[in-house]
Design a protein around this ligand. Structure first.
Ligand code: ATP
Ligand code: MG
Ligand code: FE
Length: 332
């Protein structure tokens, strides 16, 4: 079967072609417009999706060397995400399904981040644990089957990606700050600044205290030295990153112990972070886990994960009608 996948939940317009469970194209149009506002502006995102969606789909079909008449089903991100952004992908997918007379498949974006692990070998086996860390979410999920997922823990305030992005703003780095903090961190000393580890019960997370601690530290130091940020950026980034990573991995360790599950995966934009990837590999060696880390292109938002999730729903015959509507909030 040939599946067209469409992603438009935030600031990436993406289209992908999946042929019999293999990804043949994954075209991503990233919206540069948001950088100058220091974050995603929803109205501008919707408009950019509207401009990008047709060329992005055309390019995905071209790169996969198929014709659009060969497509057997279209899957799209129904939520969670920005409503106006989701509406563009949803409306496109509906129109395409109607015009081609093919089934329509709705996909949960957070499930899709996890299902990105089924694009290529090595694939985890059920049940496995997934730490999903992205711009809007931080979740520990027990994955029992492709579409049977149990939420074991989540953030009570900011997401891990938000912690990176908000810290970057305090450090005067442009949006999105996560990749930049990662880059500077590799040149810094992570023991230079002591940042708090919140004591949150169970498998939940909190990152807002960390953000406040950094804000106070920076404000304090700037009073004594106006060049504090530029002179210490690497050590600041290394210290922040190492604390975010330790918060994440300590909870993941706890979840592994509680469930006895040994197949452990990470997913979402923050799973591109080199400190997290390295830390997970080390912890996996220590506790004899089978560790699953996505390829970089499948960490941040992409339609390949929507197409592979669509393929697995297609195999089950799990389709939706033309009355389907996107949802800004959507449970796993
Ligand atoms: P959600 O999936 O929760 O709806 P989203 O789709 O906006 O949110 P993703 O695209 O999965 O999120 O991830 C984007 C986030 O990943 C941003 O916060 C970005 O800073 C962060 N990120 C990307 N690369 C890195 C990196 N190397 N280190 C740390 N953070 C990173
Ligand atoms: Mg994005
Ligand atoms: Fe995402």
């Amino acid at each position: 079967a040939i599946i067209l996948g469409i992603e438009s939940s935030c600031d990436e317009t993406s289209a992908s072609i999946c042929i019999n469970g293999e990804i043949h194209s994954n075209v991503i149009a990233t919206q540069a417009i948001h950088a100058k506002y220091g974050g995603v502006v929803p109205e501008l995102a919707s408009r950019a999706h509207q401009q990008n969606i047709i060329p992005t789909v055309d390019e995905a079909i071209r790169q996969a060397k198929i014709s659009k008449n060969q497509i057997d089903a279209v899957s799209f991100t129904r939520g969670p995400g920005l409503l106006g952004a989701l509406l563009v992908g949803t409306s496109f997918a509906k129109s395409f399904a109607l015009a081609q007379n093919i089934p329509l498949i709705d996909i949960n974006h957070m499930q899709a981040h996890i299902l990105a692990h089924f694009i290529e070998e090595p694939k985890p086996s059920f049940p496995f644990l997934c730490l999903t860390v992205s711009g809007g979410h931080t979740q520990i999920v027990l994955v029992k089957d492709y579409f049977e997922m149990e939420l074991l823990g989540e953030t009570l305030d900011d997401a891990a990606g938000e912690a990176f992005d908000k810290t970057a703003k305090i450090l005067n780095l442009p949006y999105p700050g996560g990749p930049l903090i990662d880059k500077y961190a590799s040149q810094g000393n992570s023991n230079m600044y002591k940042l708090p580890e919140p004591q949150i019960p169970g498998l939940n997370f909190s990152f807002s205290g960390l953000k406040t601690a950094i804000l106070y530290l920076v404000q304090d130091q700037l009073k004594q030295n106006p060049d504090f940020l530029t002179e210490n950026i690497a050590d600041l980034c290394a210290s922040v990153q190492s604390r975010i990573v330790s918060i994440l991995l300590n909870k993941l360790k706890k979840a592994a112990k509680q469930t006895g599950v040994k197949d452990i995966a990470i997913a979402g934009g923050v799973s591109a972070n080199s400190g997290l990837r390295k830390g997970l590999i080390e912890m996996g060696e220590q506790y004899h886990w089978n560790v699953f880390i996505p390829k970089f292109e499948y960490c941040t938002d992409n339609a390949a994960m929507i197409a592979i999730a669509g393929y697995h729903k297609y195999l089950k015959g799990d389709f939706v009608g033309q009355d389907v509507a996107p949802m800004a909030r959507m449970q796993l």
